[in-house]
Design a protein around this ligand. Structure first.
Ligand code: RM4
Ligand code: MN
Ligand code: MN
Length: 429
């Protein structure tokens, strides 16, 4: 697999390594004064990983248009190669989350080998019953797992079972189910019956889940159903996950909520119930904008991580969230966006590790709101850049991954090998 020449990474790192060690030492001293051991934080951050969505390495697009970039991946092998570059430089993305049928291929064992060669493994499998594929017998125009016609539901169930079968070949351990089912007009759909049909269909999928797999139910407030969506919020998702059983949990995509919804509170509730599956990280201003994680509201992301690190600290039962990015890159090189977004998520994890949990407990017990909130801000405002740089350097990545990527000429190289294909690989809408 042709990725970046390691000697280029080493040469780029050599220019910066001295400063990184110096800055790291300085940060270590500052943290020591706060009774924080930087080595402990570094080890935890080094173990943190977030999955790359295979669809994220292609240019996304909106409902209006898609403006493809140079060297777009033509198929899943190209996508894996791009993911390998992201991991090689950033060292925060050891896994890839596939989307079927966008990532269909004729030889899954070859794909597994390609992933291993690129230092990657497979995260959750994603099914797609929100669009019709060429040659598909029945349409999902009016729904899939909740369709009024049992034959359409059967087709959608079978597709999900096939995703599990593919995932087993790849070493995946989870299936993410997001459906666009719902209604665009009041009265169009019988709410309770549609939800019952969802339960009936997902029970059949759940029954096909291997014992060591999890099923992630992803909710979304609206789009494509703009009046009512069957699994529109964490409440519906939680009801379904509870009805299905312990292997079913609720996945939180940050963009799938109404503006201003307190997502960290939802996260806390799901943790308490042992039902937090994990995340699709992205950022938004208005809706499911799929902007780069932490690009608009980094403090909101921090508050989510504050809940996660608190749960880890308190050893909450059944707490094992899966982390994935889910973004649509329209105006940037997707590789650059994914490297920097993964680093942003990793940064936020590091910041949340700096919260003085004992002091926060004390402030909460004393009803000292200002001290409590100040403790969160203090952690959030700490510049952990040297720590992230050290983590990358130690793992063989690039201290400055974007600069190294640009210096490598990778995009220009693949542009020559990958001629532009009109209407190529699917993006996010
Ligand atoms: C949806 C949802 C799913 C993603 C699709 C492409 O809005 O976020 O997770 O697979 O977009
Ligand atoms: Mn998502
Ligand atoms: Mn989405």
């Amino acid at each position: 697999m042709k990725t970046i020449d390691p000697s280029l990474i080493a040469a780029q790192n050599d220019k910066l390594a001295r400063h990184v060690h110096h800055d790291y030492e300085h940060l270590g001293e500052q943290l020591a004064r706060r009774n924080i051991d930087i080595e402990t934080v570094r080890a935890r951050v080094a173990a943190f990983g977030v999955a790359i969505p295979s669809w994220g390495v292609g240019t996304g697009g909106t409902r209006f248009a898609r403006f493809p970039g140079q060297g777009e991946p033509r198929h899943v092998f190209d996508k894996l190669q791009d993911c390998a570059v992201i991991q090689q430089l950033g060292r925060a993305t050891p896994t890839v989350s596939l989307h079927i049928p966008w990532d269909r291929c004729s030889d899954w064992s070859e794909l597994r080998q390609a992933a291993e060669a690129g230092g990657l493994a497979f995260d959750a499998m994603n099914s797609n019953t929100f669009s019709d594929q060429p040659g598909q017998p029945l349409s999902y125009k009016f729904g899939s797992l909740t369709h009024v016609d049992a034959a359409v539901r059967e087709q959608a169930v079978a597709h999900n079972l096939e995703c599990i079968a593919i995932g087993r070949k790849l070493g995946s351990k989870a299936l993410t189910v997001w459906i666009g089912d719902g209604s665009n007009f009041p009265g169009q759909q019988h709410f309770r019956r549609a939800f019952d049909r969802y339960l009936d269909s997902t029970r059949q999928i759940y029954a096909g889940l291997p014992g060591d797999w999890r099923m992630f139910l992803e909710h979304k407030i609206c789009e494509p159903a703009f009046y009512a969506t069957v699994i529109q919020d964490w409440g519906s998702s939680f009801l379904a996950a509870s009805a299905l059983g312990p292997q079913a949990q609720c996945l939180v995509d940050l963009g799938h909520h109404a503006p201003n919804v307190n997502i960290e509170l939802i996260v806390a509730r799901l943790i308490a119930a042992g039902k937090l599956a994990g995340f699709h990280f992205n950022d938004s201003k208005y809706g499911d904008d799929d902007l780069d994680a932490g690009s608009v509201s980094p403090y909101r992301l921090f508050l989510v991580f504050n809940e996660l690190i608190a749960a880890e600290h308190e050893q909450a039962t059944g707490f094992d969230p899966a982390y994935m990015l889910d973004q649509s890159h329209n105006v940037t090189d997707p590789i650059e966006s994914l490297i920097s977004s993964a680093a942003q998520v990793q940064r936020t994890c590091a910041q949340a590790l700096l919260v003085d949990r004992a002091a926060l407990d004390a402030a909460q017990h004393a009803n000292d709101a200002l001290t409590a909130t100040g403790l969160l801000q203090k952690a959030f405002q700490t510049d952990v850049t040297p720590l992230l740089q050290r983590v990358r350097l130690d793992a063989g990545g690039a201290i400055d991954p974007i600069a190294t990527y640009r210096a490598s000429g990778y995009r220009q190289r693949v542009a020559e090998e990958r001629p532009a294909v009109k209407g190529g690989s699917g993006g996010i809408v």
